[in-house]
Design a protein around this ligand. Structure first.
Ligand SMILES: [Zn+2]
Length: 78
C-alpha cells in the first residue's frame, strides 16, 4: 500500500499515466482514502490542464505557420 510520501513522489507519473498497473492501483487506492492527497492531485491536475490550455492558445511561430500554410496551399491548389 502506498503512503502519502510515495503518492506524492509518484504524482506526476500517475497524472501522466506512466505508472505500471500495480503501482497505479496502489496510488489510486491511497487517493480514495486520503483527502490530503486527493487535494494535491486535483491541484496538480488543474495546473497541468491550465498549462496545456495556455500552450494551445500560444500563437505559432511565423516560420512554422508559413510552413503549414504552404502545405495547405498545396492541398487547396491540388
Ligand atoms: Zn495521502
Amino acid at each position: 500500500m502506498a503512503d502519502c510520501r510515495e503518492t506524492i513522489r509518484q504524482l506526476y507519473s500517475y497524472l501522466d499515466e506512466m505508472l505500471e498497473e500495480s503501482l497505479r492501483v496502489q496510488i489510486s487506492t491511497h487517493l480514495d482514502e486520503c483527502p490530503d492527497c486527493q487535494d494535491r492531485v486535483e491541484f496538480e491536475y488543474t495546473l497541468k490542464a491550465r498549462i496545456r490550455a495556455r500552450a494551445a492558445d500560444e500563437p505559432l511561430p511565423d516560420e512554422l505557420r508559413q510552413r503549414l500554410l504552404d502545405c495547405f496551399d498545396m492541398d487547396i491548389d491540388g
